[in-house]
Structures are given as C-alpha cells and as structure tokens.
Design a protein around this ligand. Structure first.
Ligand code: ZN
Ligand code: ZN
Length: 610
C-alpha cells in the first residue's frame, strides 16, 4: 500500500538523519525516531545542544548519505548481545529500551517507538539496522537503500523529555518532513506556512477577538468582537435547535459530588474534574465536566410517557475539564468550554429514525459554515464493555441503518466505541486539508438507568429510555478557533464580528458617517465609524487588516447624494451605492449566509472616493 511505502521512507529518513547526527556530533545519545503523519522525528542528546543553525549542516550530511545509496542492513541479534553492544556505545536510552523489551515486550515501549505490531511478552532477539556505520535498534521495515528515502526537509528543534516524562533527562527532538516527491514536500511546506499565517492565536490578537492569561489557564477572555462571533454561533444554533424542536435548558455549574457518584463520573473521571468546598457547609461540589447528568435531572421532573418521546434537551453548557497545562493550545484545547450539547431521550424502537435525523441535522450545519468535505466514522463495541451482545447488535445496526437511509458514506473505527454504546464521529476537513473531529452522536443505554430515568411504556410499565448524546460544533471555543483558521479571519459577512467600517474622508464628513452608521445599525448590521485622525487610505488599510467585509467611504459627493463608495476587503470597488441598497445587499448576505460573488475584476486603483 502507498501509505506503507511512505511510512517506510519516513522511518528510513529518520535513520539517515540519525546517522548524519552521529557523524557530525560524535558522542550523541539517541532516543527514539518514529515516522509521523508528515515525516519523522528523532530524539537526541548531543554533547552540546543543537540550534536551528545546525539543521542545514545535518541536511547536507543527509544528502551525502542519500547520494551514496547505502543499503540498510538488517541483522537479528540476541537481546543480551544487543544490550552489550549498546552499553559499549554508551547508548543509555537504547539500553533502557532493550531492558524493557527483554522484560516486558514491545508494548512497554510502543508509545515511544510508534510500533504498531507490539507484542506483550518479553523478547529474546531484536533486530539492528546499520547504515553508514550507524547501527540502530529497530524492527523495520525500511527502504532498500538510502537513495529511496524521498524528498525531505528538516523543520525544527524542540525540547522533549525522554519517554515524555519530565523527571527524565531533557533531549532535543529534531523534526523533519518527508514525502515521496518534491512536489508533495513543497505542498506541505506551503500548507505549514499558510497554517502559521492563519494561526487563530495570532489572528485573535490582530483582530482583537480574545486573549488568555496565566490566572485562568485554558479559559478564554473573550473581547467584544470575539464574543460577537461566539454569540453569532450560539444564535445560529439556537435557531436550528428551535426549528428541530429541541428544548433549550440551563443546568447548574456546581453540583454535589453525590450526583457525580451516581453518574459514575466520580469513580471514573474525577482526575479531570474541578471540585470545590464551602466553609459553612460540609459538602463537596464539582464543576460539571459534562451536561448529561443535569439533563437527566430535568427529564426526571414529572412523569413522562412513551407518547412524549423523543424528548430533545439542549444546552449551551459551559463545562470544565482538567487538561495538563502543556496540552493547552489556544482555543483548540482549553479547560473551560461551551458545548452545544443535547441529549435525546428515545424508545429503543426510535433509534434508527432519530439517529438519521441527527446525522442530517449535523451535516446541514457544517454546510452552512462552508464545510462540505465531511467524513463519518462509526465506532463499534470495544473489548471492555457492558451490555449484552444483542443490545450491541441492535444499537450498531440501527446506526448503520440510519447512515444508509440518509445515503451517507461512512467508515468503521473498530472497537473504538464507549464502554456502554457505539458512536458516530463527524470529521470535517478545512481549507488547508486538515481534519477536525467536531460532531458526535453517542448511543447510551447506561446513564439513564444509573440515574433512575424512566418513562411509562405503552403497556403501563416503567421503561428506561435510551439516551443519545449529540454535539454539533462540539466545543464552541474550539469550533471558533477552527473557523478563524478555515477563513483565515476573513469571515463571510454573516459571521464577521464587524461587518461594516464607515470611513469619512475628512472630519467634516463625520456627521454623515454617523448618520450612515445609525441607519445600518438600525437594520441589525454590525458597524463602526473610523473617526481617527488617520488619512483615508490608512483607514481603509486598517479595516482590511481587520478583515472587515465592507468599507463605506463617504465624502462630499456621497453625503450630498445619500450614498457611500463601497469597497470590499478584497480591494474590489463597487462604486457609489445608495445606503438603502447597501443595507439590502448586506441583509441578503446575512439571511442567506452567502456572500454575493462579485463578477467584475478587482479595481486596481486605490482611490475609491476621489
Ligand atoms: Zn527503523
Ligand atoms: Zn452527554
């Protein structure tokens, strides 16, 4: 398979880099060097720390090795002999790996080595690969000779603790890209540079959307513009919920540990939960990490009959989950976030039909945000699970039936379901080809019974409903981050935090500028006036930097005629338009969630309102 071939190239390339490092920096101790999704890395401990400036030298040495087309020679070695060899070479990290391999087998080191066919028992023999005098412990497989490692480029150096543990020695991780062709490599370099330009943390600062600070790790300080964007997402979803007959609720942030004990979170999820105590009462509370137990409490109020089902409960629920501070990453990985979370209580017989509705619901949401390339994954029963095989068969088959009825292609994630039920995951591909798992649909026959949730069945007996956990955006914070990068901050008009900047040419046009802004604001358009002392061209550039979709330039002529010279952030000049028509145009873009495509070519002249 092509993927395997690429994986072999990347992994072999890691060996070539290690051989080059050893040649240039004798005495280097080597950790592990697996292939990764776009290349490889190798953890090394050189006698003197490496700097970015060394990467060029290492690359040059790698090219020399590649040119020689050296064979990657494999030999089987008795594990004790291997230990001897690595001890003699003072390769302390390899010695540690070999000790683990000998006593515990390759699963003990699989996380570090990236070994996919790990065996759990201790091993007697290991394999060594040698190129250019550099011998490495490795299972292979590799390419035949160094001429086949493909197109590569060393990208960066990062600190890395040996085996990912900060009590261990700190090493340096050298990252390289590796692809089958120069073309593919160039494409990836472009993609990475584009991703850096679109980094939501950078744009968040430049566009004044949000910030983080040390007092609240992993929690967002939303600024006015970012909060406007966030609220636009909520407003959109609220409308969608209403139209699909979901009931929006709000459940408490802090709830007694007894509830979390009943739900099972206290036993299984406590290490991710923030807890709190209050001096006057001897009770422990936890900040909710999930909304489901709260929704079960709401469902339980009053008696429900089978005639009431499905009951769809939705909440923009703010949840807190502990994440190690090193894992936090802007809006994409936080500790406090808002889910567009819903729980649908159904009878067993309703599963396939309701699941189909949810799939269609989620996909239509992504379409509205410009995502059309969506992959759906079905995760089925894991090895460790509760529930009968019949119940699993029924739940899995219902999800498959739902997908098929909706005409949606899907792939299987074998054994990746939760311990209580199967799930669907919706993965969307952004403008840079990156995949983001956002929506989920999870079948749960377990929690309702744990929390005493029931309804009266057709025969008058007490029945336990199935609960479906549904998330569409997933985390709104994360989805906002994804959108910022997907659109590179240039949101379509309906999402743009600021839709219009009115630019008066001179101070004497300020009154008219505010008059225009008032009329737009009255039509629910998000508008500001640039009343700064900057020159007009600078004001236009500033608005373009802020990625404001519309700039309305107003001077004497426009004021006289009740018009504005309309420019788009792309630089396109739409000429003078009467204000009512501007309002109509923007209102239409917001209503349809589609920017009007401008056919004529961009106007190259900068003088919009001369
Ligand atoms: Zn290898
Ligand atoms: Zn849930």
């Amino acid at each position: 398979m092509a993927d395997d071939a690429l994986h072999r190239m990347r992994h072999s390339c890691a060996h070539v880099m290690a051989a080059a490092v050893q040649t240039l920096f004798p005495g280097t101790k080597f950790g592990v060097g697996p292939a990764i999704s776009n290349g490889f890395f190798y953890d090394v401990l050189t006698p003197e720390p490496l700097t970015e400036a060394d990467l060029g030298r290492i690359e040059d040495e790698m090219r020399r090795i590649v040119k020689k087309r050296l064979k990657l020679e494999r030999r089987e070695v008795d594990v004790d002999e291997a230990l001897e060899l690595m001890r003699a070479g003072k390769q302390d990290f390899k010695v540690e790996l070999l000790d683990l391999l000998k006593s515990k087998g390759s699963t003990a080191v699989a996380a570090e080595t990236g070994d996919e066919d790990a065996v759990a028992d201790g091993v007697d023999t290991v394999s060594f690969y040698t190129i250019a005098g550099f011998t490495d412990l490795c299972r292979g497989p590799h390419v035949d000779h160094t001429g086949q490692v493909g197109a590569f480029k060393l990208r960066s150096i990062a600190g890395a603790y040996w085996r990912g543990d900060q009590r261990n020695p700190q090493m340096q991780r050298l990252y390289g890209l590796c692809f089958a062709t120069d073309e593919d490599l160039k494409q990836e370099i472009w993609r990475q540079e584009e991703a850096a330009k679109r980094d939501h943390r950078k744009l968040g600062r430049e566009m004044d959307l949000f910030h983080f600070q040390e007092e609240a790790p992993g929690a967002v300080f939303w600024h006015a513009k970012g909060w406007t964007l966030f609220q636009t997402l909520i407003g959109y979803m609220r409308t969608r919920f209403k139209r699909a007959r979901y009931q929006e609720v709000d459940a408490p942030q802090l709830m007694d540990r007894a509830l979390w004990e009943a739900s099972g979170h206290w036993a299984n999820y406590k290490k991710n939960m923030f807890t709190t105590e209050i001096v006057d009462e001897e009770r422990t509370f936890a900040l909710k990490p999930m909304n489901c137990p709260g929704h079960c409490q709401i469902f339980k109020q009053g008696i429900k009959s089978y005639r009431d089902l499905p009951v769809r409960i939705a909440e923009f629920g703010r949840v807190h989950r502990f994440e190690a501070s090193g894992a936090l990453h802007g809006l994409l990985r936080v500790r406090a976030f808002t889910q567009d979370d819903s729980h649908i209580f159904i009878t067993e017989a309703q599963l396939a039909e309701v699941a189909k509705q949810i799939c269609e619901f989620i996909l239509s949401i992504y379409r509205d945000f410009g995502f059309t390339d969506i992959a759906i994954k079905l995760s089925d029963r894991p090895a460790e699970r509760i529930g009968t095989d019949e119940a699993w068969d029924y739940a899995e088959n219902s999800l498959k039936a739902a997908l098929d009825a909706a005409g949606l292609p899907w792939t299987l994630n074998p054994g990746e379901g939760a311990f209580y039920g199967p799930k669907l995951e919706f993965v969307l591909r952004d403008a840079l080809g990156r995949d983001w798992q956002c929506g989920t649909l999870q079948v749960d026959p377990n929690l309702p019974s744990r929390l005493g949730v029931s309804y009266v069945g057709q025969d008058g007996t007490k029945q336990i409903p199935i609960m479906l956990h549904q998330a569409n955006f997933g985390s709104l914070e994360r989805f906002t981050g994804i959108l910022i990068e997907h659109y590179a901050g240039a949101f379509p008009t309906w999402l743009a935090p600021l839709q219009v900047m009115v630019v008066p040419i001179a101070d004497r046009h300020l009154d008219y500028a505010y008059d225009v802004a008032d009329r737009l604001a009255a039509a629910d358009i998000r508008v500001e006036v640039d009343a700064s002392a900057e020159r007009m061209q600078k004001k236009i550039r500033n608005a373009q930097m802020q990625k404001v979709p519309y700039m309305l330039v107003v001077g004497d002529k426009e004021a006289e005629q009740g018009m504005a010279a309309v420019r788009l952030r792309s630089g396109k000049d739409l000429g003078a338009i009467v204000i009512d028509d501007v309002i109509e145009r923007i209102t239409q873009e917001v209503r349809t969630r589609q920017d009007i495509v401008v056919a004529e070519p961009a106007d190259a002249t900068a003088e919009a309102a001369a």
